[in-house]
Design a protein. Structure first.
Length: 610
């Protein structure tokens, strides 16, 4: 096939795929999650090295017990510390400070995804004119010797990239491979042979009683999907998000309150839109210690801040920022007590005699609940009334056990893979990078890497869907570091020892009788605090069995026996619980967010939910 001539029969997608029956991107093994197998092996090896080093350190310090053996152990310890483990730790610190993942295999996988996305874009360029599929160009590629040779060279290069990938299972690369297959179908305008055992990517399953889409309908949708992705350079979700957002997300205008900066934590004050009058109520929003605070303010129509501003609330938001080296020794006492003490003080100085309401998302709400109880203890002991009476929680876990909470999978991951000493040696000085935090999250969210990418590609066939996804994808792929000491305390005190729920969680206090003593969560009822939980049945990060503040503390309805209905509610100055068939980050859905805003406003207004 050296001369360029028309082929008797155009090449088919199956013929292009046939030479490559297996690669790490295919998930022939049928794994139900992303499996970074090389990273797991190396992680286990590093833990073993650390354990061996600690054994040698003990032997080297005990010559009276081990005699000559201690000298040899001391020598080997020096070799380990200076020749083997130090480079590993040094790499982890340098990578973390530079914003990269300290896992070389994961970093390489990201490079493979970048190259794969660029090749998809380049191959699409050969098929398009003015960002639209060109029938003649597609015909050239699929039905001439020269064009087919070009396709085959691309397929070889794609396969070489796939074999460089260090992970198996439901990966981002698998979703990108499915894009490649759909591109081959569009170029050749031929369906996959059912006998090839490859599922047609992004095939819409027919609704009950409806006919399946025809191949012509599939082809039209696939063309539109790929044209939209090409136009926005959206083949790689992370690079697309960076390009589309310019590295900046957040919709509503705000100022950082003067004097509020505490290390990297700041207090934002959002401006009311023109024409909106303040309703006399102040809302203090509390963010998690990981990920950007913009989860409250992703984009127009996807912003809790926007919705509450339009209702006239004066909004302040606690933004933890990205902790630096100098912040590594800040623990939960700082983030869960000192910060809130200072920020509520600022708010009360600026808005004397106004009601203050609170809204906490995930970990932000988790840490605020014991703070609120400690605040109630302090105020009531002085004979002062409670000044925060209503708190709305979004996907906020407070119970962590192996039984009813739903956290057993994550707790098992921690037991098997988390080593507090190793984490301290590798990240104690520089804080835990977001990529490491994501590893644990991925373990309990089956196929999340694949599902996010495949879901984005699926929706790309709809006008406006790609642009609409950019802020969330940027937020998802660009987390913040977790302070080293705070991370250690979160894992040990809250996740594994379940201290908040067990009421053994201690916080500092200016009142000596409460200082460093366990927080009495039951006092929230005496203080008249109303709690609203909004939780999702499909949320593995904050399972419904863990999001139970409204069931056990504050103004609980003693006559309500079941909170497991789709919508369960208490009224008339009592707690409220809303349970929906949603996931952890429901705010990315305009419909679900609008529903949440309507309900939470009614909670703050003390009106009926119906």
């Amino acid at each position: 096939m050296s001369n360029n001539q028309n082929l008797e029969n155009p090449i088919t997608p199956d013929e292009l795929l046939a030479p490559y029956p297996y690669s790490p991107a295919d998930n022939i093994e049928g794994y139900q999650t992303h499996l970074p197998w090389k990273s797991k092996i190396v992680g286990g090896w590093i833990r073993n090295v650390l354990q061996w080093k600690n054994i040698l350190r003990t032997v080297a310090k005990s010559p009276h017990l081990f005699g000559a053996l201690s000298g040899a152990a001391y020598f080997q310890k020096l070799l380990l510390e200076n020749g083997l483990t130090n480079p590993i730790y040094l790499h982890a610190k340098i990578a973390t400070q530079a914003g990269f993942t300290p896992d070389n295999y994961a970093e390489h996988d990201e490079g493979v995804e970048n190259a794969y996305g660029n090749m998809l874009y380049d191959l699409s360029t050969l098929c398009m004119t003015a960002s639209k599929f060109d029938k003649e160009k597609c015909r050239f590629l699929s039905a001439t010797t020269e064009g087919v040779n070009i396709l085959k060279r691309y397929m070889k290069d794609f396969e070489l990239l796939e074999w460089q990938y260090n992970s198996l299972g439901l990966t981002r690369l698998k979703a990108m491979k499915e894009l490649l297959i759909s591109l081959l179908i569009v170029i050749t305008e031929q369906p996959l042979d059912p006998s090839c055992k490859i599922e047609t990517p992004f095939q819409i399953k027919p609704k009950q009683g409806k006919d399946a889409p025809t191949f012509e309908q599939y082809l039209a949708t696939a063309k539109k999907r790929l044209e939209n992705l090409y136009k926005h350079k959206g083949f790689n979700i992370k690079l697309f998000a960076e390009s589309a957002t310019g590295g900046k997300i957040g919709y509503s205008d705000y100022e950082v309150v003067d004097g509020s900066k505490m290390h990297t934590v700041t207090l934002r004050h959002y401006f009311l839109p023109k024409g909106v009058k303040p309703n006399g109520k102040v809302l203090y929003m509390v963010s998690p210690l990981i990920n950007k605070a913009e989860i409250f303010d992703l984009a127009k129509g996807k912003s809790v801040v926007e919705g509450m501003l339009e209702a006239g609330y004066t909004i302040y938001l606690q933004a933890p920022g990205d902790p630096g080296v100098e912040d590594s020794e800040l623990g939960l006492d700082f983030y869960g007590k000192s910060v809130h003490d200072r920020y509520i003080e600022i708010i009360k100085e600026r808005h004397p005699k106004q009601e203050i309401y609170v809204m906490g998302y995930c970990m932000g709400g988790t840490l605020f609940m014991p703070y609120l109880a400690r605040r109630a203890e302090e105020l009531l002991s002085r004979g002062e009334p409670m000044d925060i009476k209503k708190v709305a929680l979004m996907a906020t876990p407070v119970k962590f056990d192996d039984e009813s909470s739903g956290h057993a999978p994550m707790r098992q991951v921690i037991r098997e893979d988390y080593d507090e000493i190793l984490m301290g040696e590798m990240y104690g000085e520089v804080n835990v990078p977001p990529q490491i935090v994501s590893v644990g999250m991925n373990e309990i969210q089956n196929g999340v890497q694949y599902n996010v990418a495949a879901g984005f590609y699926t929706r790309a066939s709809f006008d406006g869907a790609i642009e609409d996804s950019a802020p969330f994808l940027y937020w998802l792929t660009h987390g913040t570091k977790f302070g080293s000491k705070a991370h250690k305390e979160w894992i040990r005190n809250i996740f594994m020892e379940n201290q908040i729920y067990n009421q053994t969680y201690c916080l500092p206090s200016k009142e000596p009788k409460f200082d460093k003593k366990p927080v009495n969560m039951e006092i929230l009822k005496d203080a008249g605090v109303e709690i609203f939980d909004y939780r999702g049945e499909r949320d593995p990060i904050s399972p419904v069995g863990s999001c139970i503040s409204s069931e056990i503390w504050g103004m609980v309805n003693p006559n309500s026996s079941s909170y497991r209905q789709n919508i369960a509610k208490t009224r008339g100055g009592l707690n409220r619980t809303i349970e929906k068939n949603v996931g952890h980050i429901f705010v990315v859905s305009k419909v679900l967010l609008a529903e949440y805003l309507d309900i939470v406003k009614k909670f703050y207004d003390s009106s009926d939910l119906d």
